[in-house]
Design a protein around this ligand. Structure first.
Ligand code: NDP
Length: 506
């Protein structure tokens, strides 16, 4: 295949931004690592140096946890009224809007994602802070007025305490904004660790929080790696809860690590999300959604629609049209506003994507398009071609494991039961979609598919109001919506006797 088979956006500008220096935020103060250690991050699209980052060790991680504990125990945040907490969250939302361009640019340079998408994500993140502010003001428990005339029961909702928030690299600013404002709305304090690949925008968030007036110690940020920073954040006895987004393998390791101190764990993990197409589907909409679902964020997306399960009668047409539309998706320089798909996050991840395709081909799969590196004029980064793979069996790794790249697997079915067997056959259960003009087909599929989110005749819509999370190996708990707030709350039962009506036991 030649470059003419794709829509490529050549380098439009070379980033000559000043080196971004990133430090830890501990107890309201920006600090270097005690041992002076640092690491660097290059742009995965341009190959240029973007950031130099303090590399966290035990000293700063423990100091951050101590600060969060002290702030929580002193009630610096949890004792504020919902109104006062909401006021600060709203200020942060406004400042995110004011700093959108700056945040988006760093997000592009560290993650390789396209600028127009990054700007949309930062705008969406501000909306999450605003929505969380509304939850801070409306948070409440229950009352039970039906326990008899001498008893009133009250259920209090209290912040769970100190939360460790551990984030991945694929949506750095958006994912921290799916967690932190909800934790803060609940009254918790936090220690945040971004991925070492995308550290900078979380540090900007720290700046905005300080400027908005959050008390020192309420939000602490430690930069660095899973070992030792993430590991200490998940085992330390002063941490009450871990909110994690990342791979299922690390999610399982965190479940084990937290067992000794019995922390609550909320986890958003991987997915192998199917879009199922019945013969009566509106193919124009479905094909666009398939292309969006697999190439958005270069497929480095927990919600990636990484497999389609297509009725045999339309499989040939759907595959042909998906391939044709794949050629039109603009891949290339993420700083160009026309680009829809940028670079892969780093070379070892690129190699992992390639090996899934190579192994599938060796096992008899057919590459309909792509499957190889893309050469983009003027760019040094690793770009993976839009890829569609057919002639698969459901047991092949490419058909059931998370590739996390722009690689679509095509499977076929004859009956609803077969479609559901394929959809539910993976160990994951994050999201699923169904395409049919028949409401009965959509409803039956929605009820029987094992997934935290089901889209009917659409893909990957999301709202701060709507809960998000997975079943099976896609994680535990929910983010967003009021369920996302509940994750950070503890329930306390208060039972109050009215009058001296208690009968003595002895
Ligand atoms: P990882 O699971 O490798 O890492 C996620 C975060 O956990 C990083 O900050 C990482 O630190 C940290 N970490 C690694 N090891 C440990 C440990 N032992 N203890 C505590 N923290 C640790 O995921 P990626 O960053 O590579 O992200 C990609 C993965 O995330 C994909 O598999 C994807 O499916 C999943 N994901 C799921 C989402 C969902 O909502 N379901 C959303 C986004 C991604 P370090 O800096 O060292 O990497």
């Amino acid at each position: 295949m030649t470059a003419h088979d794709y829509t490529l956006i050549a380098a439009s500008q070379s980033p000559d931004d000043a080196l971004n220096e990133v430090r830890h935020l501990v107890d309201g103060v920006w600090i270097d690592s005690a041992d002076g250690a640092t690491f660097e991050r290059q742009s995965p699209a341009h190959g240029t140096l973007v950031s130099r980052i303090a590399k966290g060790g035990a000293a700063e991680t423990e100091a951050a946890i101590a600060a969060a504990r002290k702030a929580f125990d002193a009630g610096l945040w949890s004792d504020l009224s919902g109104k006062d907490r909401a006021t600060i969250l709203l200020k942060v939302a406004d400042m995110i809007d004011e700093n959108r361009g700056r945040i988006a640019r760093l997000e592009v340079l560290e993650s390789g994602k396209p600028i127009s998408q990054a700007e949309g994500e930062i705008e969406g993140a501000a909306d999450l802070w605003r929505y969380a502010a509304s939850l801070a003001r409306t948070l409440h428990g229950d009352s039970h007025n039906t326990l008899g005339k001498d008893m009133l029961g009250v259920v209090l909702k209290e912040p769970i305490g100190v939360v460790s928030i551990i984030c991945p690299w694929n949506f750095p600013f958006l994912i921290v904004s799916q967690k932190l404002p909800y934790a803060l709305a609940a009254g918790c304090t936090a220690v945040v660790k971004p991925s070492e690949l995308t550290p900078s925008t979380t540090a900007i968030l720290g700046e905005l929080l300080i400027e908005a007036g959050i008390p020192a110690g309420v939000v602490n940020i430690v930069q660095g790696f899973g070992d030792p920073v993430g590991s200490i954040m998940t085992t330390h006895e002063d941490v009450d809860m871990v909110s994690f987004t990342g791979s299922t393998a690390v999610g399982k390791a965190i479940e084990k690590a937290t067992a000794d101190t019995l922390k609550k764990v909320s986890s958003e993990l991987g997915g192998k999300n199917p879009q199922v197409l019945f013969p009566d589907a509106d193919l124009d909409s479905a094909i666009d959604a398939i292309v969006f679902g697999i190439y958005f964020n270069a497929g480095e997306c927990c919600n990636s629609g990484s497999r389609i399960i297509v009725h045999e009668d339309i499989a040939e047409e759907v595959t042909r049209r998906v391939v044709e539309l794949s050629r039109e998706v603009p891949f290339g320089d993420p700083l160009n506003p026309d680009t829809k798909v940028g670079a892969i996050i780093h070379q070892s991840h690129f190699d992992k994507i390639s090996s899934y395709v190579e192994d599938a081909v060796a096992a008899g799969a057919k590459v309909e398009i792509g499957g190889a590196p893309l050469s983009v004029d003027g760019m040094d980064g690793a770009f993976f071609a839009p890829t569609v793979v057919s002639n698969l069996t459901p047991d092949m790794p490419i058909a059931r494991e998370e590739v996390f790249g722009p690689v679509l697997s095509v499977l076929t079915f004859k009956t609803m039961d077969q479609a559901l067997d394929l959809a539910n056959g993976a160990s994951y259960g994050l999201s699923a979609g169904v395409w049919s003009e028949n409401i009965h087909t959509c409803l039956e599929f929605s009820r029987r598919v094992q997934a935290g989110t089901v889209w009917t005749n659409t893909w990957m819509d999301g709202y701060p109001e709507m809960p998000f999370g997975g079943v099976k190996e896609s994680g535990q708990g929910r983010e967003l919506g009021r369920y996302g707030l509940e994750e950070f709350l503890e329930v306390k039962t208060v039972q109050m006797r009215i009058g001296r009506t208690r009968a003595n036991w002895i």
